[in-house]
Design a protein around this ligand. Structure first.
Ligand code: KIV
Length: 271
């Protein structure tokens, strides 16, 4: 019954089949080899090498500073670890807006240099030329609508998007446009649950939500957030599956105590 269990390698076609059967899609971000190995072994369907690496790995306030070379470094590390999941790589800010020929050559660099399986791009109508050009090269594209963090300076805040009718209509139109262009899935970030459900019913491709309620075809979270590594970030939509901040903090403290007291290493821990 479950597509998930029978699949040795998740492809874009598998995700479509999951939507068709009503089986939810699981997706998490991943940025490095060691974490990606565990995430993949757990049976996740999709690993997103998100440009949120700019925040959680590099400590920037926004996703804007991360470069194409840095995204390629993270994505190649993840791909080396992954055996089963579909790997989606975020195209960073500035690598696809404006010039569709440049967008295509940047997407080709991502595919060639990382071994990733697809790219993700933020926006609708305004970037459709770049999306279409990348798709013509046979590169699968995941869309991203709603709160698109690369446009944070246009929005001004990280509050819920598309609460007003005009923006909601534009979002539905954009989702249909992305489907028509040939995107294989769309991420909807931080929009009202009712609107997200409507979008998921209005298009046939999978809709993956983050802060978009339960009426969509799958969910994505930033792995550091769901593990509770970052104890300063607790938005309403986030479910924390662990409190790794506390666990790591106390492990580091114990280690310091053991080193300072001379307890570590003991006779069995030396040559
Ligand atoms: O970069 C990222 O982590 C993302 C998710 C929030 C969907 O785009």
């Amino acid at each position: 019954m479950s597509v998930h269990k029978d699949v040795k390698k998740v492809t874009t076609h598998v995700l479509q089949e999951m939507k068709n059967r009503g089986e939810k899609i699981s997706m998490l971000t991943g940025y490095d080899f060691s974490m990606a190995k565990i995430i993949d072994a757990s049976g996740i369907d999709v690993i997103l090498v998100g440009d949120s690496a700019s925040n959680v790995m590099a400590g920037h306030e926004t996703t804007l500073p991360i470069t194409l070379d840095q995204m390629i470094y993270h994505a190649a590390s993840v791909v080396r670890a992954v055996e089963r999941a579909l790997v989606v790589v975020d195209m960073p800010f500035g690598s696809y807006q404006g010039n569709s020929k440049e967008a295509l050559s940047n997407a080709i660099r991502i595919m060639k240099e990382t071994g990733g399986h697809s790219v993700k791009m933020e926006g609708g109508e305004e970037i459709i030329e770049s999306i279409k050009r990348i798709l013509t090269a046979g590169i699968p594209v995941m869309g991203h609508l709603g709160l698109t963090p690369q446009s944070i300076y246009k929005f001004g805040t990280y509050v819920v998007r598309a609460k007003e009718e005009d923006e909601a209509k534009q979002l539905i139109n954009d989702a249909k446009l992305l489907e028509e262009a040939g995107c294989f899935a769309i991420v909807l970030e931080k929009i009202p649950a009712q609107l997200a459900e409507l979008v998921a019913k209005s298009v046939s491709i999978p809709i993956i939500g983050i802060g978009a309620g339960n009426g969509v075809d799958g969910q994505v979270l930033v792995v550091h957030d769901m593990l509770g590594i970052n104890n300063e970030f607790s938005p309403r939509f986030l479910r924390k599956y662990n409190n790794l901040y506390e666990q790591m903090f106390s492990s580091f403290q114990e280690y310091i105590t053991d080193v300072k007291s001379g307890d570590f290493p003991n006779k069995n821990e030396q040559y």
